[in-house]
Ligand binder design. Structure first.
Ligand SMILES: Nc1ncnc2c1ncn2[C@@H]1O[C@H](COP(=O)(O)OP(=O)(O)OP(=O)(O)O)[C@@H](O)[C@H]1O
Ligand SMILES: [Mg+2]
Length: 370
C-alpha cells in the first residue's frame, strides 16, 4: 500500500496543499512551525480516524474555518487498484469518511486498508510508558496477522466489562459468576494465543533488525500474558475473587498483558540513552513492517517525525538503510533535508517537499498549490 496523492484542506496551518507522493521516500523539511508534522498528522487521521496529537478535533481544524477535508488516493501493488479515501470533520464534531464511494463507520476497515507505523517523540512511551502502550503495539501485529484476532479482542473487552460491572455493582451470584468466568477464560485464552503466536514470530525478527542498528548486550523481549504463565486462568481468577470484589474490577487476564523489554533483568528504559531508546523502538517498528510483508505481502506506510533528532550520523544512516530495504512508503520530517544526504540507495525514488507556512516552498517542482 502507498499513498499516491494527498490533498489537505483547512487542517492546522494548511489552507490547501496537494502532493504527489513517491511510493518510496518522501522528505518534508522546513522551519519550526512550518506544518511538517501536520502533514503526517493528516495521514494518521485518514488512516485511524483520529489524530496522534490531540483528541480534540477543534484543535486541528484550521482557525476561522468550519471543517477540514483530507483526501488521498491509495494504491495497492497487490491488487493494482487505486482507491479514493476522503475524510471530513466539522466543528460540530461530525466525521465523514468515504472509501471508494462508500461511507465508512468502522475504523478497523481503515486500519486494515492502511497499515501505518508512526514514530514520533511519543515513541519513547513504548519503553517507558504504561503497559497499555505496549499492548497496543502487540495488538497492532495481532490485528494484521489474523482476522480472528479482532473477534477475540472484542469478546474479551465485552465480557470483561460485564464481569467488572457485576463485581462493582451486582450481588455476585456464584452460578452467574461461573458462567461469566468460563466465557472470559475462553476468549482470554484465544486472545493470548493470537498474541503469543505473533510475538513468537516477531521476537527473532526484532533481534535481527536491532543487531543491524546497534549492539545492546543483554537486551531481550518477553511477552507477559497478564497472568501466571504456569497456572490456568480459571484457577487464578478463583483465587483472586475476594480481592476483585473489594477492588471492583478484575485484576488478572489479557487486559494486563505486557511486553517486557529488559536488559539483563532491568527495565530497558532505566538504562538506555534517548538515542538508544529511539533505535530500540525503531527496530521494533521496522520488525513489525518486515513481518507483515513476509506473512501477508502487504506494506506498511511509515510516518516518522523528525527522524534525525537524537541520532548520530552513523545510526541515522543505518536506520535509513533498514527502512529503505523494507521497500515501502516512508514519509519523513526534518528541519534540514541535508540530514538525509547519502542515506538512500541510488535507485530509491526520493521526493523532497520543502514546507513553508503550511505550503510547498514557492520554487519547488513537486505537487501543486491552489
Ligand atoms: N488549528 C490551527 N489553525 C491554524 N494554525 C494552527 C492550528 N493548530 C496549529 N497551528 C499552527 O500550525 C503550525 C503547525 O505546525 P507543525 O507542528 O506541523 O510544524 P512543524 O513543521 O512540524 O514544526 P517543528 O519543526 O517545530 O516540529 C504551527 O505553526 C501551529 O502554530
Ligand atoms: Mg514537527
Amino acid at each position: 500500500m502507498a499513498i499516491q496523492s494527498l490533498s489537505v484542506s483547512d487542517f492546522r496551518n494548511i489552507s490547501h496543499l496537494k502532493l504527489e507522493l513517491s511510493p518510496r521516500v518522501n522528505i518534508f523539511s522546513g522551519a519550526n512551525g512550518a506544518g511538517k508534522t501536520s502533514i503526517l498528522e493528516a495521514i494518521h487521521l485518514l488512516s485511524h480516524g483520529r489524530s496522534f496529537r490531540t483528541g480534540k478535533y477543534k484543535h486541528y481544524i484550521r482557525q476561522q474555518q468550519d471543517q477540514c477535508t483530507l483526501f488521498a488516493e491509495v494504491s495497492s501493488l497487490l491488487t493494482q487498484t487505486l482507491l479514493p479515501l476522503g475524510l471530513q470533520r466539522n466543528l460540530e464534531g461530525e466525521l465523514k469518511i468515504r472509501l471508494n464511494g462508500q461511507n465508512i463507520d468502522t475504523i478497523s476497515v481503515l486500519a486494515e486498508l492502511l497499515p501505518v507505523q508512526l514514530l514520533n517523540s511519543d515513541t519513547f512511551l513504548l519503553l517507558e510508558g504504561s503497559p497499555s502502550v505496549r499492548r497496543q503495539f502487540i495488538d497492532w501485529g495481532g490485528f494484521h496477522a489474523d482476522a480472528g484476532f479482532l473477534v477475540a479482542w472484542k469478546a474479551v473487552k465485552r465480557v470483561l466489562k460485564q464481569r467488572n460491572s457485576l463485581l462493582k455493582y451486582g450481588k455476585l451470584d456464584p452460578l452467574v459468576r461461573r458462567v461469566w468466568d468460563a466465557e472470559f477464560v475462553r476468549h482470554a485464552e484465544a486472545l493470548d494465543q493470537y498474541r503469543q503466536r505473533y510475538m513468537d514470530a516477531l521476537i527473532p525478527c526484532f533481534e535481527t533488525v536491532l543487531a543491524g542498528l546497534i549492539d545492546i548486550e543483554g537486551l531481550g523481549l518477553q511477552y507477559y500474558r497478564g497472568w501466571d504463565r504456569k497456572r490456568p486462568l480459571d484457577e487464578v481468577l478463583e483465587q483472586g475473587l475476594e480481592r476483585d470484589k473489594s477492588l471492583g474490577f478484575t485484576q488478572v487476564g489479557p487486559q494486563r498483558a505486557d511486553l517486557r523489554i529488559r536488559i539483563n533483568g532491568v527495565v530497558a528504559a532505566e538504562i538506555l540513552s534517548r538515542g538508544q531508546q529511539k533505535l530500540v523502538v525503531s527496530a521494533l517498528k521496522v520488525a513489525q513492517g518486515q513481518l507483515l510483508k513476509q506473512t501477508s505481502g502487504r506494506d506498511c506506510i511509515y510516518l516518522i517525525d523528525d527522524l534525525p533528532a537524537e541520532l548520530d550520523r552513523n545510526h541515522r544512516h543505518k536506520l535509513c538503510s533498514l527502512l529503505d530495504e523494507l521497500q515501502c512508503q516512508l514519509l519523513l520530517t526534518c528541519v534540514d533535508a541535508r540530514a538525509f544526504d547519502n542515506c538512500w540507495n541510488e535507485i530509491t525514488k526520493v521526493q523532497e517537499f520543502p514546507i513553508e507556512e503550511g505550503s510547498l516552498a514557492k520554487d519547488h517542482g513537486n505537487g501543486s498549490q491552489e
